[in-house]
Design a protein around this ligand. Structure first.
Ligand SMILES: [Zn+2]
Length: 453
């Protein structure tokens, strides 16, 4: 009789192939058997009867801001919120920590901070700015999953936007190094110009902010990034695409042979511009929330398989930075705090409301993420030999998200008060339970994950 460390019994196991009732056996943190009514004993047995067992969510886009701006979030709080949302791994962005992750020394500082406090595993993005083109090679050697560039003002003084030459040369280097370049795609000329005009005229409302970042600003930048990626042979990832037309541009380029993937975020799927009046700066982001018709375009493309992954872009800040702006919505700090809610929102609004298959949910939140960033087959799937990273969810449980449910530092989520259906009951990272029934484990234990060489 085989002896395992853990058997998760009797759940409905979700893979990209579908859903089947099976047990999952774990030894040394890895999945070693999957099948109905596995024989053998285990040190721990978890009853997953009535629950679905999904690959734990991998959030490809979070800002935990530590070291340097831990008051904004931090590894301890950010990863506990991620675990509460069914996540066991995040890909953390090179800004807004201080220093930003632009060379080997800043990578080491961030890695050290994460190893002390992170509950989930973590991978790190490096930055691509005009100041660090000569550091991409050392960042790749450190194990970054890719390089993130801003095509418009990042809002962070020590993380400058990448001009076209920086992007071109950075993509050429990334192609040589076998790493993805991720872009925040909005035209700086259009967004900065419209914002300056609005502010000069005293048009400072939330509506004025939305109008200063029109869809064309996103399309212009996506088009330019696709051209540069095609020319350099670079693998391009477009973060937080907010419009169906943006997704379509990428799909056209992919059909021409450009290696491009597209990410969208829950807020572009479940919120719209009208919600900003009600939610205020908790719903301020860039690109901004769009109208309902645009939101439905994004849903249609997501359901059609034209979007590769859904990530939170969790980017919180203290309440005084969100609220202290008075009537000037431009001055409020942007960023949506949603690291805990991606899976729950996709289950409620995608699976239950729109018939999205659970296999598609698993692909968008785990399998595709691991594949794109070189983390498969170790991460992202319920498969033999993979790390035992699992999310156990009660698919039909209905509840209202309360602020008290949230484990991130400031709990300023725009989803508080929302009716949901589908709740994460337990999250397992490499065979260890890191979240169960509302409570995250007190220990750290998260490890750096690096892409396959
Ligand atoms: Zn971001």
């Amino acid at each position: 009789m085989a002896l395992y460390d853990l058997i998760v019994r009797g759940g409905r196991v979700v893979t990209t192939a579908g859903v089947e009732r099976a047990d999952v056996a774990v030894a040394d943190g890895q999945i070693v058997a999957v099948g109905p009514e596995l024989e053998g004993r285990a040190g721990e047995e978890v009853d997953a009867g009535g629950l679905h067992v999904l690959p734990a969510l991998i959030d490809a886009h979070v800002h935990f801001n530590e070291p340097g701006r831990t008051a904004w979030e931090g590894w301890a709080t950010g990863t506990r919120a991620l675990a509460a949302g069914g996540g066991a791994l995040c890909l953390e962005m090179p800004l807004n920590a201080s220093p930003p992750t632009l060379d080997a020394a800043s990578f080491a500082a961030k890695r050290a901070a994460a190893e002390v406090a992170a509950l989930t595993d973590f991978a790190l993005w490096g930055g691509l700015t005009p100041a660090n083109l000569d550091r991409l090679e050392e960042l790749a050697a450190c194990g970054v999953v890719g390089f993130k560039a801003f095509m418009s003002n990042s809002g962070i003084a020590d993380f400058a936007a990448a001009d076209d030459l920086t992007l071109f040369e950075g993509m050429r280097a990334a192609a040589r190094l076998g790493r993805v370049v991720a872009v925040h795609a909005e035209s700086d000329a259009i967004t900065a110009g419209l914002a300056a005009r609005a502010r000069a005229a005293g048009r400072l409302s939330a509506r004025d902010y939305l109008a200063s970042r029109p869809v064309i600003a996103e399309l212009e930048a996506i088009g330019r990034a696709l051209l540069l990626a095609g020319e350099t042979g670079c693998a391009l990832h477009i973060v937080h695409v907010s419009s169906g037309r943006g997704v379509a541009l990428a799909a056209e380029a992919r059909a021409r042979g450009v290696d491009v993937t597209v990410e969208t975020c829950p807020h572009y799927l479940v919120l719209e511009g009208d919600d900003v009046d009600r939610l205020g700066a908790a719903a301020k982001c860039a690109p901004p929330l769009r109208d309902a018709a645009t939101r439905e375009e994004v849903w249609a493309l997501l359901l059609a398989g034209q979007i590769d992954l859904v990530a939170s872009d969790h980017s919180p800040a203290p309440a005084e930075m969100k609220a202290g702006a008075g009537a000037d919505f431009f001055a409020a700090w942007g960023g949506i705090a949603g690291v805990q809610s991606t899976l729950a929102l996709l289950l409620a609004e995608g699976h239950h409301r729109r018939g999205m298959a659970l296999a598609a949910v698993a692909a968008l939140t785990a399998t595709n993420v691991a594949a794109r960033f070189g983390l498969a087959p170790r991460k992202g799937a319920i498969a033999l030999g993979a790390d035992a990273d699992l999310a156990l969810a009660a698919l039909d449980e209905r509840y209202t998200l309360r602020r008290d449910d949230l484990l991130d530092r400031h709990r300023l989520s725009p989803y508080v008060g929302r009716e949901l259906r589908g709740r994460v009951r337990r999250t397992i990272r490499r065979g260890q339970t890191i979240f169960a029934n509302g409570v995250a484990a007190p220990d750290a234990g998260g490890r750096l994950v690096v892409p396959r060489a």
